[in-house]
Design a protein around this ligand. Structure first.
Ligand code: SAH
Ligand code: DHB
Ligand code: MG
Length: 222
C-alpha cells in the first residue's frame, strides 16, 4: 500500500464521516496562508478527538500544541454545555491565527489559547484550579511528552482520557540509539506509561494523509 492509497482512503472516509464546514476549511486555509506548517491532525483524526471528547462527556479539555486551532475546533465542538477548552501554544503567530480561526468557528466563548512554553503555562492551570481536565490532547514538542504526560496526570481525574499524538513517527521510535530528541521523548513516554499504575494505556499505529504514525490513549483509572 502506498501513500497515495492512504491519502485517497482518508479522503473517502473524511468525505463521509468528517466533512469540513466553512470554519474547518477556513481554519486550514488561514493557517496555510499565514505560512504555518501543514501538520494539523487529519479530518478523520479530528473527528476521532471529537468522538473521544463526547465519549468522556468532556466539560474541560486541555490541549498542548494549538498550531492554527484545527484540532481545537474539532474538540471544542464536542464540549458539553458550559464546557471550556484551554490550548497552549508557544508561537505567538500560531496563537494569533488560531484565535481568529476559533472566533470564526463561533467558539471564542469556550476555547482559549494561551501563549508561552507549555511547561511554563501548566503550573498556572494547577494554581487556578482550572482542572480537572476530562480530556488532554498532547501534540506539541515531542521531546517534552514525558513532562506533559506527568502534568496531564496532575491535572486529571479518574476517568480522564489522555491522548498523545505522533508516537510512531514512521517507525523511528524503534531506534533506541536515536539522537533525535523527539524520538527519545516518545520512547521515554511509552516506558513511563507502561510503568504508570494510574493509567491503562495503549498505542495504535495509523496510516493516512499524514503518512505512517500513531497515537497513544491513556485512561486514568486510579
Ligand atoms: N494540535 C494541532 C497541531 C499542533 S502542531 C492540530 O492538530 O491542529 C504543534 C504545535 O506545538 C506547534 O504550533 C508548535 O508551535 C507548538 N509547540 C512546540 N513547542 C511547544 C512548547 N514548548 N509549548 C507549547 N507549544 C509548543
Ligand atoms: C510534526 C508535529 C506534529 O504534531 C504532527 O502531527 C506531525 C509532524 C512535526 O513536528 O514534524
Ligand atoms: Mg501532531
Amino acid at each position: 500500500m502506498s501513500q497515495e492509497t492512504w491519502t485517497s482512503v482518508d479522503r473517502h472516509i473524511a468525505a463521509r464521516l468528517a466533512p469540513h464546514d466553512a470554519a474547518l476549511e477556513g481554519a486550514l486555509k488561514a493557517s496555510d496562508d499565514a505560512g504555518l506548517p501543514a501538520i494539523s491532525v487529519s479530518a478523520p483524526q479530528g473527528k476521532m478527538l471529537h468522538v473521544l471528547a463526547r465519549t468522556v462527556g468532556a466539560k474541560r479539555i486541555l490541549e498542548i500544541g494549538t498550531l492554527g486551532g484545527y484540532s481545537t475546533i474539532w474538540m471544542a465542538r464536542a464540549l458539553a454545555p458550559g464546557g471550556r477548552l484551554v490550548s497552549l501554544e508557544y508561537d505567538a503567530k500560531h496563537a494569533e491565527v488560531a484565535r481568529k480561526n476559533i472566533a470564526r468557528a463561533g467558539l471564542a466563548d469556550r476555547a482559549e489559547v494561551r501563549v508561552g512554553k507549555a511547561i511554563e503555562l501548566l503550573p498556572a492551570l494547577e494554581k487556578e484550579k482550572a482542572g480537572p481536565f476530562d480530556l488532554v490532547f498532547i501534540d506539541a514538542d515531542k521531546a517534552s511528552i514525558p513532562d506533559y504526560f506527568a502534568w496531564a496526570l496532575k491535572l486529571a481525574r479518574v476517568g480522564s482520557l489522555i491522548v498523545v499524538d505522533n508516537v510512531v513517527r514512521g517507525g523511528k521510535i524503534l531506534d533506541d540509539n536515536s539522537p533525535d530528541a523527539n524520538v527519545q521523548g516518545v520512547r521515554r513516554f511509552l516506558d513511563l506509561a507502561a510503568k504508570e499504575k494510574r493509567v491503562s494505556a495503549t498505542a495504535i499505529q495509523t496510516v493516512g494523509t499524514k503518512g505512517y504514525d500513531g497515537y497513544a490513549l491513556a485512561l486514568v483509572v486510579s
